[in-house]
Design a protein around this ligand. Structure first.
Ligand SMILES: Nc1nc2c(c(=O)[nH]1)N[C@H]1C(S)=C(S)[C@@H](COP(=O)(O)O)O[C@H]1N2
Length: 386
């Protein structure tokens, strides 16, 4: 029986889930994983007042009064002992070097003139110029990266610069398998249709932990059950692809019912309608349809919701967009549409469950009500793809 999507959502909201596993990794290894803790700054950045330019550091009031300052020494980023600035003195300083004690201004090299051991400044200057203040970028205790963030190489410099040696990231293990006598495992040389959906999830889910490819279950109840058993025994989250419909050889839902509990077998929303959710030995089993657009959208609808529950962190991203063109929903049920987001507009793409060509263009999907004609510019909620 197909149930309304709201009912499926409330079943997922209430289903028992085991808490997501986590692991502490060094920042380099944590890139392209999902952060499982808030990361706070452990030090001010910069950790002291430093020069923003190559030039000379001095007290602004000395320059105003004396016009000419005496060069008392040189300071580099490696300088440890900070000299005290005497009256009328300036220090040669390079970018990133700490200021001498008492200095409040830097004049960059281009506007200073050096004659012997003195300098004059010939250019715009004011108190505080070209200094990066301690804590200007980050202060101790600031929230640097919130949990749930997908760590990218752009997060790496802040972690490294802060000297943070380890961060906690999600470490959920996924077991992924396909169903169908016509399918051959991805990468194999045999005759048949190579699995193109399993590998997609292998890559997509890496950010949540580890992914394992269990290959293809043959179209018989025994093999589907055997495959499910292996997955459930060794992994936290099981993803079955294909064999989700009502064909004579679609066994996966029956296998789940016999081995555990099928929480729902489908929803009355087109494209994602055959996606189902079950539990075997406390492990979630997500049944994805064997059509690429259906599989991806169903994963985002049900799978990310389950992961959000397991991690107690909202992993889904919803955005309000204006429809880029009119959509007439002339299906028998509410329907899922791929969209491409451009600015604040969501442009519907071609409709279909297996349009590989559209997936690469899509930013996410929206679910629209049956029988309704949505006008261009009308607001819709889009769930963004990972
Ligand atoms: N008779 C029938 N066939 C059907 C459907 C259905 O609802 N009824 N669903 C279709 C949809 S929406 C999808 S995505 C695919 C799922 O394919 P699968 O069984 O390989 O997972 O089956 C299609 N075939």
């Amino acid at each position: 029986m197909l149930i309304p999507i709201d009912e499926a959502r409330s079943i997922i909201k209430k289903m028992p889930v085991l808490p997501a596993k986590k692991v502490r990794l060094d920042p380099m290894s944590a890139v392209r994983k999902i952060l499982a803790e808030d990361v706070f700054a452990v030090k001010d950045t910069p950790d002291r007042d430093v020069s923003a330019m190559d030039g000379f550091a001095f007290r602004f009031s000395d320059l105003e009064e004396l016009k000419e300052l005496r060069i008392a020494g040189k300071l580099f980023p490696s300088t440890r002992e900070l000299p005290k600035l005497g009256r009328g003195e300036a220090y040669y300083i390079t970018t990133g070097a700490p200021l001498p004690l008492g200095a409040d201004t830097v004049a960059r090299a281009e506007i200073t003139r050096v004659v012997g051991d003195t300098i004059t400044v010939n250019g715009p200057i004011f108190k505080g110029k070209d200094i990066r203040q301690r804590g200007e970028d980050v202060r101790v205790g600031d929230l640097l990266i919130p949990r749930g963030t997908y760590l990218t190489p752009y997060h790496l410099p802040i972690l490294l610069q802060q000297g943070i040696g380890e961060v906690e990231v999600l470490d959920i293990s996924f077991c992924i398998f396909g169903n169908g006598d016509e399918i051959v495992p991805w990468g194999s040389q045999g005759e048949g249709i190579p699995d193109s959906i399993g590998p997609t999830f292998m890559k997509l889910l890496e950010r949540f932990g580890q992914t394992h490819y269990q290959g293809i279950a043959r179209d018989n109840l025994d093999d589907v059950k055997k495959t499910l058993s292996k997955c459930v025994a060794g992994f936290d989250f099981v993803i079955s692809i294909g064999g989700s419909s009502v064909g004579e050889r679609d066994f996966v839902k029956r296998a789940i019912s016999e081995m555990g509990r099928l929480l729902f077998e489908g929803v009355s929303t087109n494209v994602i309608k055959r996606g189902a959710v079950g539990l075997i030995s406390g492990k979630p089993v997500l049944v994805l349809p064997g059509q690429i657009v259906s599989a991806i959208t169903t994963f985002h609808e049900h799978g990310l919701h389950i992961l959000t529950r397991m991690t107690e962190t909202e992993l889904r991203e919803f955005v309000k967009c204006k429809l880029g063109s009119e959509v007439k929903v002339d299906h028998k049920m509410d329907s899922t549409y791929l969209v491409r987001i451009d600015g604040d507009r969501a442009f519907p793409l071609r409709w279909g469950v297996g349009l590989y060509s559209e997936l690469g263009r899509a930013s996410g999907f929206t679910i629209l009500k049956r029988g309704v004609t949505y006008k261009e510019g009308e607001e819709v909620i889009v769930q963004r793809f990972l």
